[in-house]
Design a protein around this ligand. Sequence first.
Ligand SMILES: NC(=O)C1=CN([C@@H]2O[C@H](COP(=O)(O)OP(=O)(O)OC[C@H]3O[C@@H](n4cnc5c(N)ncnc54)[C@H](OP(=O)(O)O)[C@@H]3O)[C@@H](O)[C@H]2O)[C@@H](O)CC1
Ligand SMILES: Nc1ncnc2c1ncn2[C@@H]1O[C@H](COP(=O)(O)OP(=O)(O)O)[C@@H](O)[C@H]1O
Ligand SMILES: [K+]
Length: 495
Amino acid sequence: MNRPELILTPIEMKQADAATIAAGTPGIDLMTRAGRAVADKAAEMTARGGRIVVAAGPGNNGGDGFVAARLLEQQGYRVSLGLVGQRERLTGDSALAAEGWRGEIVAAENLPFQQADLIIDALFGTGLTRGLEGAARIAVERMNMSGRPILSVDLPSGIDGDTGEPLGVAVKAAATITFAARKPCHLLMPGRTFCGPVTVADIGITPETLAATGARIWANSPPLWLHALPRPGTASHKYDRGHTLVASGGATRTGAARLAARAALRIGSGLVTVASPPEALGVNAAHLTAVMLRGCDGPEGLYAILKDMRFNSLVMGPALGVNANTRAMVAVAVNARRSLVLDADALTSFEGIAEELRQVLRHAPTVLTPHGGEFGRLFSGHPDILDPPSKIERARRAALYTGAVVVLKGPDTVIAAPDGRAAVNENGTPYLATAGSGDTLCGIIGGLMAQGVDAFEAASAGAWIHAEAGASFGPGLIAEDLADLLPNVLRGLLT
Ligand SMILES: NC(=O)C1=CN([C@@H]2O[C@H](COP(=O)(O)OP(=O)(O)OC[C@H]3O[C@@H](n4cnc5c(N)ncnc54)[C@H](OP(=O)(O)O)[C@@H]3O)[C@@H](O)[C@H]2O)[C@@H](O)CC1
Ligand SMILES: Nc1ncnc2c1ncn2[C@@H]1O[C@H](COP(=O)(O)OP(=O)(O)O)[C@@H](O)[C@H]1O
Ligand SMILES: [K+]
């Protein structure tokens, strides 16, 4: 099995860079390998003899650009190079790299971008500290206006490597080539949309060196959790595969729970039961087949059901109602110490009183699955959680605060554990933005936890599988489709 793909923050990348240099590889060698990788990628994108325009910045990102310019010229491309800043002010490895460039150096904003077959954006990489102004800003605006394809070095200039946010104007790349490992901005929105396809070049920084930085963000993909996916044994019976309980809303709000329940069953929970308010039993009964049904009158009803210890996983929230009754049911569920997924109304019922949720959550392995709106409501009054510009950091802080695994949903769903692990999802499709899609996700996660999967693995696997199912269907997807797309995704993973 492949290794999980580690994502490095700009600071961690600098550490790995420094460790590699300390272990004996000169910095200029790293820069030369990086520049060669850029030149190879540029050559792949441009016919031999074509015109390549390189915009270089004042730091090491610019140094990579100088190396690439020299190599491409040697290969017979017509290369123009422009610099932001003064040639004499270059220092260290980028000054060395610039010495290798014998051609003219013009001001970057005056480069003939419109005549380029390819533009190489080597203005700023992981060292960007503020929004672009002056010559750098004009250069980026002209690049973008030219309509010519842009290859960004490391990351599109103007994008913050940690957060994926543009700090003002930013390059819209046709492709990006990065080094040793992807950075958060390559996966997070909106950065991902500025990058185009991202290639990772090996420049001789070992996986061990990357890991030694203590990096704890991964791209969410099967190598991260495949080992934890349940496979029934030959002699398994259904109770070995867990029993998921899904709480239903009132008579006119029952569909969400059934979506979650069907997903839990499809993902392999041996049994699934919908716990329904008495007045909704009829409508639920009319729509359930393999999923079972129990009457459940509020917190007392839930308490009674949970005396049966075989219910080992609970899913609560979708269409349950935003009120004290829901809060009381959450408390009962948590005190029963079963695996728990809280979504939608179970989160919004704690709007502005996240502290209360935190108090009850101490008892059980819990996954919270808010979308951005639910997250904002739940943690209103907690600027320490809501304000960090990085979505990964927001999810991590929420996980640390609540002690739960937090799945902060969206096109770049982040799964964060209280111990700092984080995974970023990128395999979805905008067709997943459809009513009930999130209900299905929490059913999948609950169904995995029913089978004994740990909260972080269940949440990560669940988010990936859910996204993969949606992407496999594409246009026309409705939430009802999702559960029935799961077997195909599971088949691809398990056989
Ligand atoms: N790590 C690795 O393994 C390897 C890394 N490599 C490469 O190094 C890159 C990182 O290099 P880096 O640290 O020199 O930063 P970089 O992005 O060039 O920018 C820093 C310069 O820009 C300036 N500056 C910042 N913001 C600005 C603004 N808004 N407007 C104007 N100026 C601004 C800042 O100046 P200051 O903030 O001090 O004013 C400084 O001068 C990395 O992305 C990769 O391409 C490879 O060579 C191989 C190995
Ligand atoms: N543009 C998108 N690209 C990929 N996935 C998306 C996108 N928009 C939403 N999703 C996913 O769809 C699901 C929507 O969940 P949610 O907002 O809770 O919907 P609902 O409340 O209707 O069930 C989440 O898993 C989210 O990650
Ligand atoms: K760049």
